[in-house]
Design a protein around this ligand. Sequence first.
Ligand code: DC
Length: 221
Amino acid sequence: MIITLDGPAGVGKSSVSRALAEALKLNYIDTGAMYRGVAWAAREHGIDWKDEEGIAALLPTLNFSFQRVEGGSHLFLDDRDLEPLIRTPAISAGASAVGVLGAVREHLVMLQRVLGEQGDAILEGRDTGTVVFPQADHKFFLEASAEVRAQRRWAQLQEKGDSSTTVEELQAQIKVRDRQDSEREIAPLRCAEDAVRVDTSNRSFQNVVNSILSAVREKKS
Ligand code: DC
């Protein structure tokens, strides 16, 4: 079984996917982590995020895998856990920048299909239901306004004791990524025609997870 879950930055795709993977015993493939991994590796090699040729030459040398760790699944490059390195604002911007490059998308989509076919899986990202697995068994598209997403992100940062960014700054960053992710030429962020839209704005996390679980179980039985 393949489930796809797409949506814009900060809508809660990762936490929802992790919960679904756990409940349904699926492999969890965080495709955004892979775009982040490419941005991180390019920076390590001193390659500009706009340099398609340079990045295209780097791609076949990158040995990515997802490995199970306490509390979930992390992206590894060879035997290095990239998770603590790829969640910074700079790498978020870099992932969005390398995501417009055809060479990057072609390579990562190929890897995502291989990973997805290794067993039952949930894939999460921007184009998993439209491009990577258009024939997926279940497709969902999460939505929430930029205001709500910025507010949630701000609350998460506050919890970690990080008061360095205001809600307004977070909202501006989210809007830039939304624009870049939905206006790019190749595989822009959009809801697949046959995906179920889930508006998470005024709903609790558990309520969202439960409604997706019911939809999956209903369709299966
Ligand atoms: O889901 P995320 O925030 O970790 O994704 C980071 C960036 O990677 C996102 O802004 C655009 C890019 N991305 C993409 O282009 N296609 C995907 N399937 C997933 C992410």
